[in-house]
Design a protein around this ligand. Structure first.
Ligand SMILES: Nc1ncnc2c1ncn2[C@@H]1O[C@H](C[S@+](CC[C@H]([NH3+])C(=O)[O-])CC(=O)[O-])[C@@H](O)[C@H]1O
Ligand SMILES: O=C(O)C(=O)Cc1ccccc1
Length: 240
């Protein structure tokens, strides 16, 4: 059963840094659906892309898998032989709940409770980073992307979905406001939006689409496209 997200609905004297703990796990599907424009589309299309690009006898990685939404979507669409789907997350609460969900769906997933910065990567035909790179320290992002690029087989793809920022201050302000209006339309109050925003301030660090493109090029990806964008949320595909 998924519960409604009311975590930030009452005033708090002080706002702790946002963490993926037990409390968040209980409301996560509702929270992400009501907070990220296009989330359901991105998850569904991740499955479709994986179905097209997964190679026989290869691995598909879901880095920062949370409750396994992208892994389950990939599993639904992949029909080549001997593909291992590997979900990685460093939140024990997320991995535990993800494992229960995989069992409910009778979907074989390999789950690892560890940092995506250390996890072993090899023989990859599909790598998914859906709203996870934004939580990795900025200084460590290039090294992770390099490792992903090296682990990827020719013709493999990376799906990278992120909250983004805009170099143009006017567009930054406009898209931030539009995102807040999206959250209001989904039932969050101004106080909930403000308290969550301050919890995320030092934790979720968005970058511009140009920074993402440059880093992907540097990591050896030949073709790069923004296939989805709504306000300050975007998803890219990068093909090796
Ligand atoms: N260094 C790290 N190593 C491993 N996991 C990490 C790390 N940093 C953060 N995480 C994990 O990355 C996930 C990010 S949520 C992904 C949603 C999912 N992809 C979805 O499409 O449903 C996105 C969001 O909440 O905005 C959390 O589960 C963290 O524990
Ligand atoms: O809620 C927000 O404002 C976001 O930027 C997205 C989000 C969704 C779920 C957990 C953390 C951040």
């Amino acid at each position: 059963m998924t519960q409604r997200d009311t975590l930030y609905s009452t005033p708090r004297p002080a706002i702790d840094r946002f963490a993926f703990d037990e409390q968040v796990v209980d409301v996560f599907p509702d929270m992400i659906q009501r907070s990220v424009p296009g989330y359901a589309t991105i998850i569904a299309m991740t499955g479709i892309l994986a179905g097209r690009y997964a190679q026989p006898h290869s691995r598909c990685y879901d880095l920062g898998c949370s409750l396994g939404a992208s892994s389950l979507s990939m599993a639904q669409h992949i029909d080549v032989e001997a593909v291992e789907i590997i979900g990685v997350d460093n939140s024990p609460a997320m991995i535990e709940r993800c494992s229960e969900r995989a069992k409910q769906h009778s979907t074989p997933l390999t789950l690892r409770c560890e940092s995506i910065q250390d996890t072993e990567l090899s023989k990859a035909s599909v790598v998914v980073l859906n709203f996870t790179l934004q939580f990795v320290p900025e200084a460590d992002r290039a090294a992770l992307l390099q490792r992903i690029g090296k682990a990827m087989q020719p013709g493999g793809i990376l799906v990278l979905s992120e909250k983004i920022r805009f170099a143009d201050p006017h567009l930054q302000e406009l898209n931030t406001q539009l995102h807040h209006e999206f959250k209001r339309a989904n039932g969050y109050s101004d106080m909930e939006i403000a308290q969550k925003r301050s919890a995320l301030e030092q934790v979720l660090i968005p970058e511009t689409l140009d920074s993402h493109r440059q880093r992907l090029k540097g990591a050896g990806f030949a073709s790069i496209d923004v296939w989805f964008q709504c306000f300050n949320f975007a998803s890219l595909v990068a093909i090796k």
